[in-house]
Design a protein around this ligand. Sequence first.
Ligand code: NAP
Length: 545
Amino acid sequence: MAQTNSSPTAGQEPLRLDAAVIGAGVAGLYQLHQLRQQGFAVRAFDTASNVGGTWYWNRYPGAKFDSESYIYQYLFDEKLYKDWSWSERFPGQPEIERWMNYIADRLDLRKDIQFSTTIASAHYQEATGRWTLTTSTGQVIDTQFVISCCGMLSAPLERVFPGQETFKGRIFHTSRWPKEEIDFTGKRVGVVGTGATGIQVIQTIASKVGHLKVFVRTPQYITPMANPHYGEAEQAAYKQRFEELRQNLPNTFSGFEYDFENGPWAELSPERRLEILEANWKFGSLKLWLATCPELFTDPEVSEEISEFVRKKMRERLKDPALCDLLIPTDYGYGTHRVPLESGYLEVYHRPNVEAVSVKKNPIAEVVPQGIKLADCTIHEVDVLILATGFDAGSGALSRIDVRGRGGRSLAEEWRRDIRTALGLMVHGYPNLFTTAAPLAPSAALCNMTTCLQQQTEWITSCLVNMRSKGAKLMEASKEVQDDWVLHHDEIANATLVTKTDSWYMGSNVDGKPRRLLSYIGGVGQYKQKCDALTSQGYPGFSMQ
Ligand code: NAP
């Protein structure tokens, strides 16, 4: 088993492993732990200098959970779960990063993690049936299995505008935020992006900056976050639910603690519907989106009814008709892309130091030394520019590695043409490469991430153990099993309204990216059943030899 976390240099003998795990975030840490428990020689690699994945990189002001803290935890070990206590329902990034460090320390994972190491290429060797990984510093790793735990939202869209390098002030992408405190006092700050990230940044820094300009292209439906403090009583109460959560979360629609429970929407009276909507709104979480009714995702009338409910709530808070026009969506349905939770976001626009600039009809043309220049040549001068411009989601992280499968085929090239996977767990043509949070699984977007990443990594571990017990060295998804999965995925996806709305869910935020719903929308529970059936039936459609 690999024992050190030092980084060997080029020229040395390749490091020989059973399994290389790429990433030391929620999936990578647990994958490493499981494989080590099973006696595999395994090492994890991460570009970051410490554990955390998403929670290492996204340290921008206001970054926080929007899954309830107590369901974001791992549920495989009761003591590990109960020995950690959260200070609130939706804590911020520093606390989450501390929790990830607690996990790494408690499970003694660091000795098998190589930090500050970027995997640059992963090439399958047909002669040996093994993979050769090369790091950006030239270290070579020879491994039987590669397990991608590099995350669905980890390839940031940083170079968005021409001229960014000419900007005189500091420019930050939210997911590459520096560790040191940034002092915004008296500064003119521009924020591009009003997704879940932009909203958290904007509501957090508005009161700290001199002047804030928010460049708004597509407005967002919002849902207010209810974020009570947790003292000992609240912590004891949620810890008592450990077994219930462990049983229920993997079997719901979205991996959260709530599920659809109101019956067919059409059979409810208008009064009852309103009662449900008001209750879910007040609940202050993603419940309104993920557990009001499944028809929200498929029925245009239900979508419009619930969207209008949210618009009305937003109008009541915004008051100013011009702001309502700019900030309330009208041309897509609530929940047809990711719903952000917020705390006082809309009220920020009433502040005298905050200005919303519409860039829908008059788009941002380039960044100039003084700030942002729009298509009509207006220049908005700023001292600091914050890009909350999102990610090349799902496929981006793996595509940025030069992954070559059988016959030298390139994963990045294949996914540039068409994004296909077998249950988001393997890709035909890439034997022994396993993926988590990859396209066409719920973990690509529509899930409480830890629920889905536990399920996927456990499936992968069981697969490797199965192979070992059978003396098999190679596993690969057949073209047929992948084609069947893509067909099934598309049938469910195309019956929903989600595929009609542009967003990172559909890959439409990246020029030239093939359009397909990245996340499986058949439900977390249904997906798990399909994965479990593969295991119990001996992996039909997958070759094992
Ligand atoms: P995002 O949802 O993709 O939002 C990117 C924003 O940048 C959009 O408002 C987009 O506008 C804007 N943008 C991009 N290019 C632009 C351009 N050229 N001109 C003007 N505007 C431009 O990315 P995100 O906010 O980082 O969120 C990504 C996901 O991360 C979320 O959906 C969520 O799943 C996750 N997240 C989770 C949390 C949490 O609470 N746990 C927090 C933050 C993020 P358009 O919409 O017009 O393209």
